[in-house]
Write a protein that binds this ligand. Structure first.
Ligand SMILES: [Zn+2]
Ligand SMILES: [Zn+2]
Length: 228
């Protein structure tokens, strides 16, 4: 059952797959379908060779890169071949470069978000380069609290991207928000209110204030400065 992949194999791209570029091709599906690869939670915790792949349809499969196994049904019927989940793990971790012919816009936005490695892209001279996404998708949100991820709702994206100043009003839970359009609103995180006209459940100002508090960029709602 178990097949061991040699390292030289893992780093190369199958030429025949490069040429077909058939939309149903497993490599194409591995690159473009909505999938999330996770390497440090649940059954994949504490093991370098284990990855959880969540499909867009909500199924979860455990991929073991050491034994070359995947839990999906396709793999059961094609034990000698690599399923799209295994391919996705190899691409998402950067173990295998993304083929040059792949249009960056066609890549699933989830690429490289939840794994330690970074996807790499093959270039014409046979080398590789790191893939960067316009939406900052490979930025670790822990490093930049205002980095937008593809999971963010539109309002959260605006909360992060717009030029908004947040200052503490020296009253518990109250913050003044100064927007790029020069409007000033008052957010009360304890009352969960904002003085702006947006009737959404959580307007972008409240989202931004919460982000700034979490990131310890403004005093906490109780008036204390963030712990150094
Ligand atoms: Zn699979
Ligand atoms: Zn607001």
């Amino acid at each position: 059952m178990a097949t061991t992949e040699s390292h030289s194999d893992a780093g190369s791209i199958d030429e025949s797959e490069l040429e077909e570029a058939d939309p149903n091709n497993r490599t194409v599906r591995a690159l473009t379908e909505v999938m999330t690869v996770l390497d440090s939670i649940g059954r994949a915790r504490n093991a370098d060779n284990l990855f959880l792949v969540n499909s867009g349809s909500g199924s979860e499969y455990l991929v073991d890169t050491r034994t070359g196994s995947c839990e999906c049904k396709w793999k059961q019927f094609n034990p000698g071949e690599e399923c799209k989940h295994q391919k996705r793990v190899a691409f998402a971790t950067g173990e295998r470069p993304i083929p040059q012919w792949v249009d960056d816009d066609a890549l699933d936005d989830q690429f490289g978000l939840h794994v330690d490695g970074e996807p790499r892209k093959a270039v014409a001279d046979g080398g590789v380069m790191e893939v960067r996404f316009d939406d900052g998708g490979v930025t670790d949100p822990n490093e930049d609290p205002l980095a937008v991820t593809s999971e963010d709702e539109p309002r959260t994206k605006r909360a992060k991207q717009e030029d908004i100043d947040v200052s503490f009003l020296a009253k518990p839970g109250r913050y003044e928000v100064h927007s790029a359009s020069d409007s000033r609103y008052e957010v009360d995180v304890l009352e969960e209110t904002c003085s702006c006209p947006d009737i959404a459940e959580r307007c972008k100002h409240r989202r931004r204030v919460e982000i700034e508090i979490d990131a310890q960029r403004v005093p906490r709602p109780d008036g204390k400065l963030p712990d150094a």
